[in-house]
Design a protein around this ligand. Sequence first.
Ligand code: NAI
Length: 335
Amino acid sequence: MELKIGVIGIGAMGRDHVERINERVNGANVTAISDINKDVATAYAKEINATFFENAEDLIASEDVDAVLVTSWDPTHEGYVLETIKHNKHVFCEKPLALESSGCTNIVNAEVEKNKRFVQVGFMRRYDRGYEEIKRELQTGSLGETLLVHCTHRNEYVDESYNTPMAVENTAVHEVDALRWLLEEDFVTAEVRLPKKQTTRTHPDLHDPQLILLETESGTVIDLEVFVNCQFGYDINCKVVCEQGEIGLTNPTYYSVKTERKDSTRVPSDWKERFISAYDRELQLWIDGVKQDHITGPSAWDGYMASVTTNACSEARDSGKIVDIKFESKPELYK
Ligand code: NAI
């Protein structure tokens, strides 16, 4: 039986997921969409043969929707996720789960009250083959104790609406979740440096680049460069330095060009290209999980932990201090 999915927010990410569900992964179809941009959404609904709902709450309640995908703007996530839980339906929510950790706590409490997981958060890096293989290798213990992790998160460019806080809340949040999952540890402190030297490609509301430092419970220190106007492409790196070796991501490029005494490989243009296989696997496993009424991907608790950490990073950036990261104890549901 095909799972009937309702999608709220059909911008860049929403459409990407609609295409994925309807054309690339198995077992589901998008039957309903909702977006505040009524004209565009009505036309798009026709194009994909789905029903347009002016009111997202009606989409969530509809009998023609088995599960919901939330890809609207960040501040709207919490309300739509809570509404979906109220209807006892599964919901896949793009990151961040909520803007503030208190919003994530509301969602965690709603699940705990029903003693069931309904929520999966769109942390797709956990489904990237590179990260998965690093995790597997670290778990064997063959490289010894993990000491340091060096990461970069670089975008070719961002538009004028992208500002300083977004570097933490929208961008670094991916590393925050992926590294917590990779190292199987929570973070204890956060620090953010805003270097005096910036790219000339930025504007008054965006400090670019930024350097984020996180420390884990066991003392592993992570440095993360977020540089969103790097000009040369979407460049994701993660190198884990261990006592007996180093292990790191390579860019998944499938060809190289040799010409004029140069040998070059492609740098992806954006996240959709770099993580396409990860997004596909993420949604396929979510759909399979929903059908079995048992989801195993990043949980509301993971969304909460990411949010606590990014909130601490924001405080560290604004205060210039090293900030302790404090979180509630993990409910039994997520253990
Ligand atoms: P976008 O601006 O292209 O699209 C958002 C859409 O949501 C727009 O069509 C807008 O009209 C609609 N919308 C806004 N408020 C709404 C509301 N209250 N009800 C219904 N529709 C509403 O943004 P984009 O890039 O598609 O991002 C969407 C979400 O996906 C964001 O939360 C973002 O953080 C996340 N995202 C995740 C990525 C990942 O790698 N996992 C990558 C890019 C975005």
